[in-house]
Design a protein around this ligand. Structure first.
Ligand code: 3HC
Length: 278
């Protein structure tokens, strides 16, 4: 398997593939970023060993199956490539056009995009039938769902390959069509936006909002903690993409989140968002 982009999502996806027994070639733009992803995967697999969920041999074998590269051409032997690079349409179009030249003609090309159109991404290739969405949730190793997104021209075979792959990676796949936000983000993004707007309306703190949703609605983590985990920039971008397509006011990112993004308060990854992190 090839994984293009080893940020939080790509590293999580690579970890799942390694644990499922695949040989993985992971590509990042610099070797430092690649090594950071290897360190992150090693850390989480190490925790599993400490907790008795994985043997040290299996951890070593999994890490041994990971090859890092900065050159997309090294993904040439992949049967499947999952793309998890930056959420920018132009970057993804360029990546898919390049992947098409590199991998064999029947390899499946999947995008982990959150809110962009899989059909538009597939249009960068001359073989859109092999392009699908495989949308994992953050943190990928822990969240059971993967949405298997059928784009306008995806073949039945590519969709089924992605579905079975999701199962092999230990996930619960759900097939859906390529509509803005697919299933979960179509609902979760405006819901999180409402939570942020209600902070000011109800005059509650992020802590109080999180307590309210955890104890009043059974959420495993409160909305402010969740937006910090997803990344304020990622959430704002996904909101903008959905708003552009659906024109529903609730989809538009709340000004408070846009201001946080502009100030560099990106959540956990930047050390500060609604909360501060060490
Ligand atoms: N990768 C791998 N392993 C991880 C990890 C990660 N990123 N984060 C934590 N772990 C491991 C850790 O080793 C941890 O054990 P340790 O603390 O002993 O080391 C173990 O998982 C369990 O972690 P937690 O104790 O934090 O687990 P919880 O039981 O508290 O559950 C949770 C954590 C599953 C994240 C839960 O809080 C949850 O379900 N939260 C909601 C998350 C959610 O809604 N995600 C969707 C976001 S939307 C999205 O992704 C869409 C996108 O397109 C924007």
């Amino acid at each position: 398997m090839g994984v293009a982009g080893l940020g939080a999502m790509g590293a999580g996806i690579a970890q799942l593939a390694l644990e499922a027994g695949f040989d993985v070639v992971g590509r990042e733009v610099t070797s430092e970023l690649g090594e950071a992803a290897r360190g992150r995967i090693g850390h989480f697999l190490g925790r599993k060993v400490e907790k008795g969920q994985l043997s040290a041999e299996d951890r070593d074998a999994a890490l041994g199956r990971l090859e890092l590269t900065t050159d997309l051409a090294h993904l040439a032997r992949s049967d499947v490539v999952i793309e998890a690079i930056v959420e920018e349409l132009d970057a993804k179009l360029e990546c898919f056009a390049e992947l098409e030249r590199i991998v064999r003609p029947d390899a499946v090309l999947a995008t982990n995009t959150s809110a962009l159109s899989v059909t538009e991404i597939a249009a960068a290739t001359s073989t859109p039938e092999r392009v699908v969405g495989m949308h994992f949730f953050n943190p990928a190793p822990l969240m059971p769902l993967v949405e298997i997104v059928r784009a306008e021209l995806s073949s039945e075979e590519a969709v089924e390959t992605a579905y079975r792959l999701g199962e092999r990676m230990g996930k619960t796949p759900v097939r859906c069509h390529d509509t803005p936000g697919f299933v979960v983000n179509r609902i979760l993004i405006p819901l999180l936006n409402d939570c942020v707007r209600a902070l000011d309306e109800a005059r509650v703190t992020p802590e109080e909002m999180d307590t309210a949703l955890r104890h009043g609605a059974g959420w495993p983590m409160g909305p402010c903690t969740l937006v910090d985990l997803v990344g304020i920039d990622v959430h704002v971008h996904a909101s903008e993409a959905l708003y552009e397509k659906l024109r529903e006011p609730r989809m538009a990112p709340p000004p408070r989140l846009v201001a946080m993004r502009n100030a560099g308060l990106l959540g956990r990854k930047s050390g500060r968002g609604f909360y501060s992190y060490d």
